[in-house]
Design a protein around this ligand. Structure first.
Ligand code: ZN
Length: 445
C-alpha cells in the first residue's frame, strides 16, 4: 500500500515506516486492553456471556489534545464513527481542523484523484487520518454490548459528533430497531407518518429518557405494554447528552449509510420490478457493462464507490430503460444532485431545492419510503440548517460525519492480517491486538 502510493519505494518507504513505528511508540501509552463480558451467540444460536479482550483509549480528552498538538492545530472538532464491519466492532475518531473547507473538491460523486500519501497532505477528514479509539472482535451489536463498549470508551468527556449506521444509532439512542413502528432515530414519526410524509416531533434525550422510564415502570408493574406505546423508547440512551439536546444534535445523518441505503433501495426495486414484469435483467446487465459491478448483483451489496459510479451514470441508465421504468433513473439522478450538493464536506448550490426535487420525483415511484429516505427528506435539511445557524458556515454532512468506515475495515483488516492476527483464545491475543491498534494509529497521526 505504501509502496504503491509513494511511487518511490526505495527513497521514501524505509524512512516513512520508521517514522510510523516511532509515532506508534509515542501513542502506545494512550491505549490499553481491558477484559469485559459481552453477549454473543453460541454455535446453536443461543445467547451466552463471554469474556473478551478489547482495546480502548485510556483518556479520550487527553488523546485528542495530544493529536491536536502533534498536528499543530489550534481548534479542532471531533467526530466519532462506530461501526461493526470486518469482524471487529470499532470506534474511530477523526480530529478535524475546525476551518472552513477551502475548495469545492469534496463532492462525493465527482471522481477523485488518488490521494497522495504522507503527513499534512492528507485531509483531516480522510480515512488516513482516522484513529481507532476502541475495538473488540466478534461483538454483536445489541444494547447490552453497546452499553459495555460505550462505558469503556468514556466519550462523555468530549464534545463530538457521532455518525453510525441506523441500527447502531437506534441502539445508542435507546430506541427499538429501525424496523419497528417508530423507526426514526431523530423524530417520533410512525411508520405510516413516514409513508405519508407527515413530519414527526424531533426526539430529545430528555423525552427518550422519560418515555423509557415510563415503559420500564409499566413493565415492572406487570402491565402488558409494548415499546411502540412509548414511541419506541425502551432503554436509557447510551450517550450522555443533557435532556434538552435533540438527537439530531448528537447523531448526524450518516452520509455513507444514507448513500448506500437510498441507492440500494432504488436499484433493488428497479431490478425486481423489471424482472417480475418483463423477465428482464437489464439494470444489472447495464451495471455490469458499465463496470459498476462484476458479479450477479442480487443477494450481494453495493459498496460506496459502486453507488457513486451508479449515481454518476444515472442519466445513462435512464436512457437505457424502457419508458415505464425511466423514472427510476431520473430519481437516481435527482439523488445524485442531492449527494453532490450536501454529502461532501461543504454545501454546493442549494441542497434544500435539490432535496425537494428528489422528493417530488421519488413520490412519482410506486416505492415505499424507508427510514433512510425519510432521513434525507426531513433530517438532512434540518441538520444543514442547524450547522449554518450555529457556525455561520455552509458545511455538508461530510464535515461532521464519517464516510470512511468501509475503508477503515479494509485497512485495519490488512494490518491485522499482515503480521498481528492470532486466535482470540491465545495468550498473546490481547498484546497483539493492542500493538496492531497502536501501529495502525501511528500511521494515521
Ligand atoms: Zn424522522
Amino acid at each position: 500500500m505504501l509502496r504503491q502510493a509513494t511511487g518511490n519505494r526505495l527513497a521514501i518507504q524505509p524512512g516513512l515506516e520508521k517514522a510510523i513505528a516511532e509515532r506508534g511508540r509515542r501513542l502506545a501509552p494512550f491505549f490499553e486492553t481491558r477484559r469485559r463480558t459481552f453477549k454473543v451467540r453460541d454455535e446453536k444460536g443461543k445467547m451466552e456471556t463471554v469474556e473478551k479482550d478489547i482495546v480502548v483509549v485510556k483518556d479520550p480528552k487527553e488523546f485528542v489534545n495530544y493529536v491536536k498538538e502533534e498536528r499543530g492545530k489550534e481548534s479542532v472538532r471531533v467526530k466519532v464513527g462506530i461501526d461493526g464491519g470486518g469482524g471487529f466492532l470499532k470506534a474511530c475518531m477523526g480530529v478535524i481542523s475546525d476551518e472552513v473547507p477551502r475548495s469545492p473538491t469534496s463532492s462525493p460523486v465527482a471522481k477523485k484523484p488518488p490521494a497522495p500519501i504522507g503527513g499534512e497532505r492528507f485531509k483531516d477528514t480522510g480515512v488516513k487520518k482516522l484513529m481507532i479509539v476502541g475495538i473488540g472482535q466478534g461483538i454483536p451489536e445489541n444494547h447490552e454490548n453497546m452499553r459495555t463498549f460505550m462505558t469503556e470508551l468514556q466519550l462523555g468527556s468530549l464534545s463530538f459528533c457521532l455518525a453510525t449506521d441506523l441500527k447502531l444509532s437506534n441502539i445508542l439512542a435507546g430506541l427499538m430497531s429501525h424496523a419497528s413502528s417508530y423507526p426514526c432515530t431523530w423524530c417520533q414519526a410512525s411508520k405510516s407518518d413516514i409513508q405519508q410524509d407527515i413530519p414527526g416531533c424531533l426526539r430529545t434525550f430528555g423525552s427518550i429518557r422519560e418515555l423509557a422510564r415510563q415503559y420500564k415502570k409499566a413493565l415492572a408493574e406487570g402491565k402488558r405494554v409494548g415499546g411502540q406505546q412509548f414511541f419506541g423508547c425502551v432503554e436509557m440512551p447510551l450517550l450522555e447528552n443533557p435532556d434538552e439536546d435533540e438527537v439530531l444534535d448528537a447523531i448526524a445523518p450518516p452520509e455513507l449509510h444514507l448513500l448506500l441505503g437510498v441507492v440500494a433501495k432504488l436499484f433493488d426495486e428497479l431490478t425486481d420490478r423489471m424482472q417480475k414484469e418483463l423477465g428482464s435483467t437489464a439494470p444489472a446487465d447495464w451495471a455490469r457493462h458499465q463496470n459498476i459491478m462484476r458479479e450477479h448483483y442480487r443477494g450481494g451489496t453495493l459498496e460506496g464507490n459502486q453507488c457513486r459510479q451508479l449515481l454518476r451514470k444515472s442519466l445513462d441508465l435512464a436512457r437505457n430503460l424502457p419508458d415505464k421504468f425511466k423514472a427510476f433513473g431520473i430519481v437516481l439522478h435527482r439523488f445524485s444532485e442531492v449527494v453532490t450538493s450536501c454529502f461532501g464536506t461543504e454545501v454546493v448550490g442549494n441542497p434544500e431545492e435539490k432535496i425537494n426535487d428528489f422528493k417530488q420525483a421519488y413520490f412519482s415511484l410506486p416505492v415505499s419510503i424507508t427510514p433512510k429516505v425519510h432521513c434525507v427528506f426531513d433530517h438532512v435539511p434540518q441538520w444543514l440548517h442547524r450547522q449554518q445557524a450555529r457556525s455561520g458556515r455552509k458545511v455538508g454532512l461530510g464535515f461532521a460525519t464519517e464516510q470512511a468506515s468501509e475503508a477503515v475495515h479494509r485497512d485495519f483488516k490488512q494490518k491485522w492480517e499482515g503480521g498481528f492476527k492470532i486466535g482470540e483464545t491465545r495468550d498473546q491475543y490481547k498484546e497483539r491486538l493492542l500493538r496492531c491498534v497502536v501501529r495502525y494509529n501511528g500511521g494515521h497521526l
